[in-house]
Design a protein around this ligand. Sequence first.
Ligand code: B12
Ligand code: SF4
Ligand code: SF4
Length: 352
Amino acid sequence: MRAATDAGFDLAGIAPVGDSPELEYFPQWIAEGHAGEMGYLEGRDEQGRLKRASLARVAPWARSVVVCAINYNTAQPYSTQVPDQSTNGQGRGWISRYAWSQNDYHDSVMQWLRRVELAVRNASGASDLVTRCYVDTGPIVERVAAKYAGIGWIGKNTCIIHQKLGSWLFLGVILTSLELEPGLPAPDRCGSCTRCIEACPTDALIAPYQLDSNKCISYLTIEKHSVIAEELRSGMGRHIFGCDICQDVCPWNRKAPATDAKEFQPRPELVNPALDWLAEISAEEFRSTFRGSPVRRAKRAGLRRNAVIAMGNSGDQKLLPLLEKLTADKDEAVAESADWAIEKLRRGAKSA
Ligand code: B12
Ligand code: SF4
Ligand code: SF4
């Protein structure tokens, strides 16, 4: 724990390597198609078994998982506290809390993990010690490991929640061949609350603790590169990269403290950004604006498509001339979304 806080983490714990009731759900989640187009979650071993469902098979040398967590919350208001543009007509979009800083969390968290890894290696002194650091990409469902390391409980919104810090946490894990004393899982404190499930605009939380990515705005705006189904577009509202609604409404985030880590401080132009700017952003400006940022994952095409859909949801009639122009865009998803957005704005004007 000391090594983790010295490295910059807020929380750390040890999880055992082994099966758990939560992991039994993973193959079912994949089989039901809830991973959408995220093929990387479906990696299988030679026997055709899902790698992420059993760490013990994929990394037979591993004995413990060191799980580290860091608070990335900043003092900016939650998306649910900023009036929606459809009521103020300002044509603004929303980038989720984790992505408005300059740095990609994968890089920052990995840097800190490496420091913890070094400390573990130095402390063990064993020359044959094996360690592997992962942020997102390992054969591991990090939230399950975080639960068993005592970092927090898995909420009904599927996020790890810590009683004092809330859920604005990034996770990183170190697999190690060291036999370490595991922590105790944190008790579930969701109780009878169902706020996250009720607040999700696209009904992506299909049941407590179960998320269908195909409906989740985070997936749609970041991971889905093809056309977004029309019936989901209105629910996306002004979201253009990620979504925080099911965490914004969580009572455990009401008093979540803000971090002063410089890596997570937002860039002012990315908090509630102008949609017309992003819909027309050039390749060069996209590269320079989002250098080192997680937003690159959506690619310029995805971000422009998302901005155009948000324009359709904005109620802002002033955006119509730009949308007309975008119907002739070379990018098919942008042009098609612009047709939809015009239709939506015109319908809105008639019913107003
Ligand atoms: C794929 C992925 C996504 C996908 C799918 C999300 C999902 N819920 O699965 C999408 C793109 C939608 C996504 C969105 C987000 N993500 Co993401 N994502 C991942 C990734 C890479 C894999 C997750 C995974 O394996 N999902 C598979 C499903 C089955 O697992 P799960 O949802 O974690 O579900 C477990 C529990 O719900 C559990 N369970 C527990 N109790 C119960 C009870 C019952 C009855 C049942 C049936 C199941 C069940 O079963 C599951 C395990 O099998 C992880 C990193 C990692 N390697 O783990 C980051 C990760 C989970 N994401 C993270 C973040 C920050 C986000 C976003 C907040 C980003 C944003 N602002 O848009 C949102 C949050 C949306 C949400 N409510 O989950 C953080 C979460 C930190 C935290 N505090 O929990 C992680 C850990 C990344 C990191 N390194 O920090 N993400
Ligand atoms: S991130 Fe948004 S869309 Fe996804 S489950 Fe949460 S509220 Fe629903
Ligand atoms: S909103 Fe309520 S049900 Fe959802 S994760 Fe938070 S405490 Fe749990």
